[in-house]
Design a protein around this ligand. Sequence first.
Ligand SMILES: NC(=O)c1ccc[n+]([C@@H]2O[C@H](COP(=O)([O-])OP(=O)(O)OC[C@H]3O[C@@H](n4cnc5c(N)ncnc54)[C@H](OP(=O)(O)O)[C@@H]3O)[C@@H](O)[C@H]2O)c1
Length: 263
Amino acid sequence: MELGIRGRRALIGGASSGLGRAIAERLAAEGCDIAVTARRRDILEWLATDLATRHGIRAVAVPADLADPAAPAAMARTATEALGGIDILVLNAGGPPPVDPTATTPDGWAAAFRLLAAGPIELATALLPAMRTQGWGRIVAVGSYAVRQPIDELAYSNAGRSALIAWLKTVSRAVAADGITVNGALPGRHATPRTEQLERAASERTGRSLEEIRAGHLAAIPARRYGRPDEFAAYVAWLCSEPAAYQTGTFTSIDGGILIGLP
Ligand SMILES: NC(=O)c1ccc[n+]([C@@H]2O[C@H](COP(=O)([O-])OP(=O)(O)OC[C@H]3O[C@@H](n4cnc5c(N)ncnc54)[C@H](OP(=O)(O)O)[C@@H]3O)[C@@H](O)[C@H]2O)c1
């Protein structure tokens, strides 16, 4: 299917690894110009050069730490100047650490809400006015199925991501008449460095082997396998597309069937 986004300019978060990197790859393959952001400058610069060379597009690295309160405004400004504007924004970064839900702390909440809610909201807020003026925009958040079915050891993530989605849903209605769609894709369990890192942490915490931990995870996935980042990226690319112009305010789980309740 022709996605109709050749030449659109996309800013993609968490692009140095996992799902964000797969999204950058997919949007570059669709002919978008790309600004990749995350903290690791060396990977981003290599990736930007690689994407530009292989796909014949413009690609720039915008290194930033979304945990820094000054970062969202600076990211929006740098990416806009580099590409001449931003049409597509993919909100994505890392996840907070696991925590005992009965032992959360004020500092833990502050860090989680900055990374998962305040930072993305400020970034989208900085880019929305230009999207509204031009009458076209796509905002897609990478969330987690945990906003529908909380994960026991990820209280910070469950709550922080839910706050972001509540704002996105609200703003989707405010900007729908301006040609802007706002959606979310909620990963289940995909084969990425973050998944491996959480599994190693669970193994250390519980004393169970990595194999046992993984077997438990697979047993909870009806598809009996982890998702591939490129499968996830294909859905995000659809949300960014021209034919998806009438889909807004949706938050869909891409999870091999993990969610048990009705959608
Ligand atoms: N994979 C899954 O199955 C799954 C399931 C549910 C939810 N999620 C969520 O989906 C998102 C992407 O997951 P993933 O699996 O792709 O993780 P990943 O492979 O660990 O990638 C995370 C990305 O975010 C960047 N990042 C981390 N902290 C950042 C910060 N403070 N500022 C800016 N960028 C930051 C990382 O790059 P740098 O280190 O270079 O900054 C990296 O590019 C995460 O929020 C994750 O919690 C994933």
